[in-house]
Every structure is written in C-alpha cells, then in structure tokens.
Design a protein. Sequence first.
Length: 219
Amino acid sequence: MNDEDKILIVEDEEDARYILTHLLRRNNYNVKEANNGLEALDLIEEFKPKIILADWNMPKMNGVELCNRIKSNPDLKIIYFIVLTARASLRDRVQGLDIGADDFLVKPVDNQELLARIRTGLRIYNLQNELKVIEHNKALRELTVTIGHKINNPLSSLLLAFQGVTNQLNEEQKEKFNDEIEIINESISRIEKIVEVLKELKTPELVQYVMNNRMLKID
C-alpha cells in the first residue's frame, strides 16, 4: 500500500462504500471511509487525503455541500474532489463545477474508468502541491533577503556609532568598560553573520520549534 496516496470515500450506502474501498485498496491506495459530509470533515484534517470521492446524495451533508466547504478552505482546496452521482444532466454538472468539483463520475461507476480518474487526480494534486512548495520557498527566500537587508542598514549605523564612541575613550576608560565593549563587538559580529546567511540563503528550511511553531533554519 502506498501510504502517501490517500483517498477518502464519502458514501452513505454501505454496499457501494464497501465496493469502492475494496477496489481501491486492492490497487494499493490508502483508503478511509465516511458515511456523510460531516463525518468526512472530522477525518480530513488528520487523514489529509489527496482525493475525495463523494456521493452527491447523502444525509446531513451531501457531496456538493462538502465540496463547497473543501474548496472554500485555502488549506484544503488543493484536494482533488470527485463527485459520484446518478444525475447525468448538464445542469447538475454545471452546478457541481460552479462550486469547485474537479471531476464527475456517473453511477454505476466503471472500475477501470474510476481508477483512471484517480490516477489523473493524483497527478494533478502532486503537480499543484509541487507548485505550492515552489511558490512558498520563493516567498520565503524573498522574505529572508529583505530581512537581511533591513537589518544590515541599522546595523551599519550602530557599528559606526559604536566605533565613534570607543574612539573617544581613553585607555583607562576602555579598560573600565572592556567587558561591555567585548560583548557589544561579539554581538555585532554575530548579527553580521546572521545577515549574511539570510542574504545568501538558497534553500530556506523551516524546522520544528516550541509549541508546534516552526522557525527558519539558519545554522
């Protein structure tokens, strides 16, 4: 089983759900099931499916309503959403497409056609995810360069001012404040190194920090 290729089946009919689940697991997909849209929403955050295969007609929350919720969420809209329906009219398909459904399959579903649509959906999901990562890294790179330059300007002013002050101290005064001067010089040197790293960072990487937060790796 490919644990990365996750598919969530949302179907209230037990027999239909069993057939779909059995078919997909037999083809090495990681599958979870939900009886309706509300149940699906509880599973999505933890399971993180790449594809949702949902029946149109279901109690509590049908497939179209679920699709609308998914596609309205910036964190979830990348999920490839396939609607299963007995409705074959153009009007019904337009309604589904208007709320963001990526594909339709008319019941009864042909197994080979379903598998082909699944493969297409996974390719599209993976491509969109790659583009999302590229855009994220590009934005992070631009941010690090900007921060590096923004820090560098006041740092240069601070360094000049500090040098001006130390140049006016006599030897006795320099000796008196020797520890403080060393600490300031070391701190300025560390900030300069951080600025250079930020400006030259080619592949920004976020690492886990405290309280489920992440920070930029610059070491």
